[in-house]
Design a protein around this ligand. Structure first.
Ligand code: GLN
Length: 436
């Protein structure tokens, strides 16, 4: 464990995968539950998931110094089964982004340091790839609101699993958008994902949106008989299209092509309206009085609050507060937030119809391979948001999905991700060996 700690520090100097590396790995190992299902398994945790007594900032300057006095339910379940918590992985501030660039500690892609790891769980994906290359066993706990597990998993060439909404407790997660947030798992193999899945899933009375699996059980049938690729999503770089079709043919032999026109046209605007609306209320509690960063107490509450938030929030967070406050405002609520909620139902229904016929619905995970930081800088906010076109659909609908590697681009040798989407509570289909 001492060696591992040193290795993590060395990797971090070069790649910024951790905001915090725990300094008690040896002690954790000594005290770990030897009979646990995860005894000795090193696990990194995305910074937005609370770990007791370990600084937890969600990638934000505003939470500097905040150490939770409790473990998130997911973390507690891992520790109870003997896992070793390595530290907190770097991410976009509060999950706002697709490239992990909206933060003070930007992770670099393990394949090319001038490129992004993806986001917002960039650190989790980067360290998963890096430790896998070094043949060190490791799993990462990440989080997705609109694609933050699938996207970085694709850009770093690892498996990224996002569960059915409500299957993993959100207790102890720093909220981004409560109706969308899901804790999930990254690893370099499906078997470890399944082992961790069995440990963390299931009802938690501390989370009112947690699913009671006795009332709404998981479908244990993991068989995959019929699959379909979403036609519109093949309208990408020919190299990505080719990799997806080749992978699907190799794994399933035959497939259908289907159209999901409502998802295609409305998922991105619908997602961003709902996500920013929920985010803007969730951020209200960060005002420099209760948690983390503070300034000298001077002036009225509004003056103080404004000073702290101006100084410590990233520009992207400020943008989302403005947008979200607008979409929820009296007079605009009907036109934006409530309309988006209705469109969300239409999107769910469109998927549900497709699942009457298919076990899995497939698309590329991202329309591009990992971009260069210098190119990301040139993107407008809207172009940034459009990058999530493939991943926001299943996230809006609360559907479980898995991003896997589907090969590498020819020129830059960067990983290409393929995304499998299953129906609600059909998470076991995503752990079928066929997807290995
Ligand atoms: N890129 C999306 C966003 O910025 C998704 C982020 C996430 O899943 N946390 O909202």
């Amino acid at each position: 464990m001492k060696d591992l700690q040193k290795k993590l520090k060395d990797i971090n100097k070069e790649y910024n995968y951790f905001n915090v590396i725990c300094d008690d790995l040896q002690e954790q190992y000594k005290n770990a539950n030897k009979k646990g299902k995860l005894y000795g398994m090193p696990i990194s945790i995305k910074d937005c998931v609370c770990v007791k007594d370990v600084e937890t900032r969600g990638g934000s300057k505003i939470l500097e110094g905040y150490k939770p006095t409790f473990n998130a339910t997911v973390v507690q379940r891992l520790i109870d089964q003997g896992a070793i918590i390595l530290g907190k992985t770097s991410q976009d501030e509060f999950g706002f982004g697709s490239f992990s660039t909206h933060t003070y500690n930007i992770p670099k892609n393990p394949f090319d340091k001038t490129r992004s790891c993806g986001g917002s769980s960039g650190g989790s994906a980067g360290i998963t790839r890096k430790l896998s290359d070094l043949k060190i066993k490791h799993v990462s706990i990440a989080e997705s609101t609109g694609g933050s597990i699938a996207c970085p998993a694709a850009f770093c060439g690892v498996y990224g699993y996002t569960p059915t909404y409500g299957l993993f407790s959100r207790y102890g997660l720093l909220d981004y958008g409560n109706s969308l947030d899901k804790i999930g798992i990254m690893a370099d193999n499906l078997k470890d994902i399944k082992t961790v899945f069995e440990v963390v899933k299931g009802y938690d009375e501390k989370d009112s949106t947690s699913l009671n699996l006795e009332k709404t059980p998981l479908n244990k049938d993991d068989s995959i008989k019929k699959v379909a690729i979403i036609k519109e999503t093949l309208n990408v770089d020919p190299e990505i299209k080719e990799a997806i079709i080749k992978t699907v043919k190799a794994k399933f032999g035959s497939y259908d092509e289907i159209s999901l026109p409502i998802v295609e046209k409305y998922a991105t605007p619908c997602y961003y309206i709902i996500a920013v609306s929920e985010a803007s209320t969730n951020l209200a509690k960060y005002c420099g009085l209760r948690y983390g960063a503070a300034e000298e107490l001077k002036g009225t509450f509004d003056e103080y609050f404004t000073k702290v938030r101006t100084k410590y929030f990233e520009p992207e967070s400020k943008r989302r507060i403005m947008l979200g406050t607008f979409t929820r405002m009296a007079g605009y609520r009907d036109a934006f937030y409530l309309k988006a909620a209705k469109v969300r139902t239409m999107i769910i229904n469109e998927y549900k119809k497709a699942f009457q016929k298919y076990d899995l619905i497939i698309s590329p995970t991202m329309p591009i391979v990992a971009p260069k930081f210098s190119d990301i800088e040139k993107l407008t906010p809207l172009q940034n948001y459009m990058m999530d076109i493939m991943t926001v659909g299943p996230n809006l609908a609360g559907l479980p999905h898995l991003s896997c590697n589907a090969g590498y681009s020819k020129k830059e040798k960067l990983p290409i991700g393929i995304m499998y989407i299953a129906n609600h509570l059909n998470d076991y289909k995503l752990m079928n060996d066929k997807l290995k």
